[in-house]
Design a protein around this ligand. Structure first.
Ligand code: FE2
Ligand code: FE2
Length: 302
């Protein structure tokens, strides 16, 4: 079975060197609301990524294509590293000491562990169907992260200068790898026989609810911040998006429904050239990561 459409970049985890010790509390410089909006990447994404990783891990025993299995392993490595690095940023910003955040993350991790136990206990063929249902959620989430990653790498939409340099390096490295692995869960899902109906079943309600959940959670945190204390303002969000400090919710919203098309494939989402250009710019945070590859190439040529 063909498992992918078009060439896919190699999927492997990098280990960026990032130091958030000098990053300010409001790391989207001078903009508390935008910082609170993007902080969800640090405290929410890691729990989500652990859910994606476990879903793809649960599918691995069913993968019979060697390249796809290697890509699935690369996906697990990349997402696990993203989770660790965003948690490092969250710790610097002391986000886990906020009771709502700590409780939300702990509840998400408990539900994921419970799901793992339940899926493992199922007999076949129910287990395979449960894994497919889990993967369908991962595929949906990866569509959203691919859209966000593409916007994060687009200087016309978001500008790195608006963000603390170490946070910008974190976001751009993460965006590059999101684009690299965006097709992997989709291809695994299809390889296992996942249907269109299951893939889109939760998509429309998820797309409609997303801005309300995102802005609702952000507003709660903004009001709980003793140094800020204001509710979320849509007008300020649109101003920040115009200034390229945050991705515009409108830019994201118009690109989500493509997922509903029967011929959708993640390879059609995003521009790989921007990711390649970022890597080619030799960002210092990835300098050490390139060294082993150079040494491997040198050893191979001897
Ligand atoms: Fe990620
Ligand atoms: Fe991802």
């Amino acid at each position: 079975m063909t498992v992918t459409e078009g060439p896919r970049p190699r999927v492997r985890a990098r280990q960026p060197k990032l130091d958030f010790s000098q990053s300010p509390k409001y790391w989207v410089l001078g903009d508390p609301q935008s910082t609170h909006t993007l902080n969800i990447l640090h405290y929410g994404i890691p729990a989500g990524e652990r859910f994606f990783v476990d879903g793809v891990r649960a599918a691995m025993p069913y993968i019979t294509d060697a390249q796809l299995l290697a890509d699935a392993r690369g996906f697990v490595g990349q997402e696990s590293t993203h989770a660790r690095m965003h948690e490092k940023a969250a710790e610097r910003l002391d986000l886990f000491s906020i009771p709502q955040i700590r409780a939300g993350v702990e509840a998400a991790d408990r539900r994921r562990e419970q799901l793992n136990r339940r899926v493992k206990a199922l007999p076949e063929p129910l287990r395979r169907q449960a894994v497919l249902l889990w993967l369908s959620q991962v595929v949906l989430a990866e569509h959203v992260t691919a859209v966000l990653a593409d916007i994060a790498l687009d200087d016309d939409k978001t500008h790195a200068d608006a963000v603390d340099p170490q946070m910008a390096a974190l976001l751009r490295w993460h965006a590059v790898e999101e684009l690299e692995h965006r097709s992997v869960p989709f291809d695994v899902y299809r390889h296992l026989g996942g249907t269109y109906a299951m893939r889109v079943a939760f998509a429309l309600p998820a797309f409609l609810l997303m801005p309300f959940v995102l802005f609702g959670v952000t507003s709660q945190l903004m009001q709980a911040d003793p140094d800020f204390g204001h509710p979320f303002s849509l007008r300020q969000h649109l101003e920040a998006a115009r200034a390229r400090r945050v991705p515009s919710i409108l830019d994201v919203a118009v690109r989500l429904p493509g997922y509903l098309l029967p011929n959708h494939h993640p390879s059609k989402v995003g521009d790989d050239r921007r990711a390649a250009a970022y890597l080619a710019s030799n960002p210092p945070s990835l300098a050490d990561d390139r060294a082993p590859a150079k040494r491997r190439r040198a050893a191979a040529s001897n």
